[in-house]
Design a protein around this ligand. Structure first.
Ligand code: NAP
Length: 283
């Protein structure tokens, strides 16, 4: 991801200095015009804006630990794009604040090959003045740039919420792919169909979000009771075909809990009340 970001900024005509723990990866960019810094501190001293993207927050802390790096951070705007939890992001923001850096915490919503393309998307959080100052550069990385708010943990929170939807959807898709295989149908057909109905599915999710925000599940378009019947059919099919039962059982367990809690005639999003129960029902 770091290579893709550096390459995109170089192609946009910026002066880019790169550092990577494994030097060969940084050196691979020299042919494209990058300057290679021998240390993190020298990389920070080279530019008023530093983009940091490594495996995780512990790795990022390790990179900025030394006193020379702490000194070099002073007055630099740092945009940190490693994936983490909101707590990790807030702790890193505090460390950057103490070092005198202007900090934005961000999250990347696309793959390296999509960086800088019109569909690329980036979330950022932190002080608005830093967002305003860095937005033109950040849009080169993520054309769709979302400013989430001043709380430095908020981009990581939105990212994890988005990833929950993404990976939850993928798990359902993989079970769907097993249904296709079991019935001798091409999995590509399922992929093609999901892509074509994606806007309509997105609209359903958006409508659900409004119901959840209002905590209002009456007059459903699709009741939890009817949806639970369909989910039981997915489980029944898995039993018929001897498919892995983990995804159907996970789903039926949640839907059965919704029915048990008396939500059959409410919208399927009333499952939120089941999910909130573990926190005493609070939002
Ligand atoms: N790839 C994606 O599709 C994608 C999408 C969205 C977000 N992200 C996020 O972007 C971040 C980077 O992902 P990636 O795909 O680039 O992962 P990656 O290919 O595994 O690269 C990890 C980077 O972190 C460095 N690193 C790891 N541990 C380190 C340590 N202890 N000290 C110093 N450097 C360390 C690695 O350095 P070396 O080269 O020396 O190993 C490498 O530069 C992750 O937080 C990931 O969740 C990735």
């Amino acid at each position: 991801m770091g290579t893709a970001i550096a390459r995109t900024l170089l192609r946009a005509g910026l002066v880019v200095t790169v550092f990577n723990r494994t030097k060969a990866k940084a050196e691979a960019l020299t042919g494209e015009g990058a300057q290679v810094a021998p240390t993190v501190a020298s990389a920070l001293r080279a530019s008023p804006l530093a983009v940091l993207c490594v495996a995780d927050y512990p790795a990022a802390h390790g990179l900025v630990d030394g006193s020379d790096v702490q000194a070099a951070l002073h007055g630099v705007r740092v945009v940190h794009l490693s994936t983490g939890t909101p707590l990790q992001a807030r702790a890193f923001a505090l460390a950057m604040d103490r070092a005198g850096a202007g900090y934005l915490d961000g999250a990347i919503l696309v793959t390296p090959s999509q960086i800088g393309t019109p569909g690329s998307a980036l979330l950022v959080a932190g002080k608005e003045e830093h967002f305003r100052a860095t937005a033109p550069t950040l849009r080169m990385i993520g054309a769709q740039l979302y400013y989430v708010g001043e709380d430095p943990g908020s981009a990581a929170a939105l990212d994890l919420a988005f990833l929950s939807h993404f990976f939850g959807g993928l798990l359902g898709f993989y079970h769907g792919a097993r249904i296709m295989e079991a019935e001798n149908l091409p999995v590509t057909k399922l992929g093609e169909m999901i892509e074509s109905v994606a806007p309509a599915l997105g609209a359903i999710v958006h409508a659900d979000a409004r119901r959840i925000a209002a905590d209002q599940y009456d007059n459903p378009e699709s009741s939890l009771g009817n949806s639970a019947t369909v989910v039981e059919l997915i489980r029944a099919h898995a039993m018929e075909r001897n498919l892995d039962l983990r995804f159907p059982e996970f789903s039926t367990n949640l839907f059965r809990a919704g029915l048990k809690a008396g939500h059959a005639k409410r919208d399927v999003a009333a499952l939120m009340r089941v999910l909130r129960a573990v926190n005493g029902g609070s939002r």
